[in-house]
Design a protein around this ligand. Sequence first.
Ligand code: GAL
Length: 869
Amino acid sequence: MASLRSASPSGFLFLGLLLLAVVGHAVAQSPRERLSLNSDWRFSRFTDNPDQLSYATLKAWILPSSNDFITRAKYQRPSGISPGRNVQYVQSSFDDSKWEPVTLPHDWAIKGPFGAPGVSGSEGKLPYNGVGWYRKTLKLKSGDVSPGKNLYLEVDGAMSYASVFLNGVLVGGWPYGYNSFRLNLTPYAKAGDNILAIRLENAPNSSRWYPGAGLYRNVWLVKVNSVHVAQYGTKVTTPSVSAGSATVDLSVAIENTSNSTKRIDLVTEIYEVDASTGKATGDAKAKFKSVSVNVAGGTKQVVNSTTKLSNPKLWGPAPEQTPHLYVALSKVSAGGNGTVDSVETKFGVRTIVYDGNKGLIVNGAPVYVKGVCNHHDLGSLGAAFNWRAAERQLELLLEMGTNALRTSHNMPASELLDLTDRYGIIVIGETFDTWKTKKVDNDYHLLWDEWHEADMRSYVRRERNHPSIVAWSIGNEMPDQSSALGGQITTELQNIARQEDGTRKSTAGLNNAGPGTALVNALEIIGLNYQGEGKGTSWNSTYPSFHNRYPNKMIWGTETASTVSTRGTYIFPVTSAKTAVVGPSAGENVTTKYVSSYELYHPSWAASPDKVFIQQDNYPYVAGEFVWTGWDYIGEPTPFDNASRSSYFGIIDLAGFKKDRFWLYQARWRPEIPQAHILPHWTWPSRVGQATPVHVFTSGDEAELFVNGKSQGRKKTEKSEYRLRWDNVTYSPGEIEVVAYKNGAKWAGDSKKTVGGPAKLNVTADRTSIENDGYDLSFITVAVVDKNGDTVPQASNTISFSIEGPGEIVSTDNGDPTDMTAFPSLTRKAFSGLALAIVRSKPGSSGSLTVSAASNGLTGGKVIVQAGY
Ligand code: GAL
């Protein structure tokens, strides 16, 4: 599918222009501007505090940034001179020419090196800690700062404890690094050059995974008139939907920052969104009754309207349903002065029922949840949000049959939700990994008391129009889950979700809470982590106890499996069990720090995929599962906690290469695709004559295995079997082949053969044509192949990458969790035969990018990528 770029900064402007073209009359006069502030920053990181500032000293000026999202008394900005004025970095006289020039989104830690002092393997060993300063000159016209204009800074994500200074004044900030925030720059801005300086600070030991560091999502400057649609000010819901008609309710919060009452008129029309371009298309499909109200100066007022949409095209999860989108274009005019603001709100028309017995029902049809959890990093690109990298993650998950994503354990970039809307992937939008009680010393518990309401409320308000979100998650495995406090917090957070949204239910990932807890009593959807399948070697499922107590509450496995493996690595002997706790004599190679890819091993609390499938099938009222995890991520390298840099949990490795499990999930989730997958590889010079188990994942129901043409027997998948195994095969070089059957007829096949030594490099690109906006990416795979062109499964040759033409290699990787070569390195070893390079064009430059890979003693290879089309 063509890449939809509307959420990249350049794509965003493009979308605006296209909307103008399509529905020019609706928005042509909009004075609202939303400009990317991603370019021309200077950055410096300090391991010692360079400025003597801290969140504690700045807090009183930062707390008022949460005022729009708290119901308790608003914070007053302290009077007098704000702290930090004397810090040289906030002053216009400071010469930052020696600082690093950077373009956002920027993750300051991702380039490494690995082994940062004080950063454990669970946080990815990368230098995310310390203080970081970003500086930029903001050029403003006199019209921008004239009375009647407002300037807002929108930061989609800053890791973490952001404090923002404009012309030396501390404007405000936001401590939770996963949330977005907006600050009003108007009182501190002037015509000409303004110095925008942002201070971030990351304490070590603040996360159980790699959090990233820096201004790692997009940053925007918004210019609006004094009468304008408030931040996250629109809400579109579809309270009743039938084939012939949908009721569409709209509410728009109008803000008037002037000091006089304004009479405003709100007009909103609905257009369809074209699925391939993501843009508004055609004529208006419906128009809301226009509304006129007086908005007093210095206030915000919510305006409601409703309309009917005939023959609505519904949003539903792929592949069974189609994710149709609409966009509501709202125009605000004030006091007969024409349009003062206009905004667009994308939404979908759909119904959701959460059924205690049938699971999730979308638009009347049950949708079995085939989900994965993912952390926010994008492999070797780090936490820096990139539209194409996120889209590639989803593309591979969709190929596997995934229809659901849990954004563990925090708010994702908004653009990820644009993608899930477009691709038809249902989402649990999660908020917190801790509440009031800590998991690690410097995690969110430090912010809980003062910030949890603002964080929950602003997130729900921001993302409530995304049809892909089907549930809010109020937390993951919170240490408070079983206490009375857990019940109170659940009630409070769910109430916030109801107030801001009210169309979805809330869930949480519970690993310990039992059916009798106050939390579970309050919680709307029961989400179980691991306990549903029975932890470790136990087969005692807790699903029945929850279901018996709450037969009408929907239950899903918010976190399942946590199987660990290293791509292409097979360790012998292989357990004969269906599920096995990983350890030095079970699946681990304690020397190499790899885990066997027979896909049976997991930590003590977890399970193999097979066991999860069995238990899910045993309890059909369970709505489905979210596997931990779809993709590997940086940090949390269980079971080699401090030795490695990245996780072993992913179905897909950090570089984006599929592990064997990919086909096990695909066989279950896309049974209609004829498919068979053999493991292990068949190049084992040291195993001649030894038992070498062969396992097959298939969407068939029967298969026959041949070793060098000799049948090893035909096997059927019996009840509770999700793989076929021939555990007593004796290795001899040659070829193994499987023929799979379904209902007695030939269905699919696979083979593996003994390959020769490395001879050359095969270089391929996922896309040979990319945009030249400086954001679009091509993912280049290098396979080390033998003279016949077959990938050498254990090849670890050192590969050197180079590029000619107007582009650059941003990073390289191979998916090896122990590889401590810094991600930007142009030299990288292949791992299990493969390596990856990620390429982008120079912004604005068009031409051919020739990406070459070379390795001593091998024939090199190259691929050409066209930039700018
Ligand atoms: C869960 C936790 C996840 C991850 C996972 C690893 O308990 O919620 O964040 O740590 O374990 O198995």
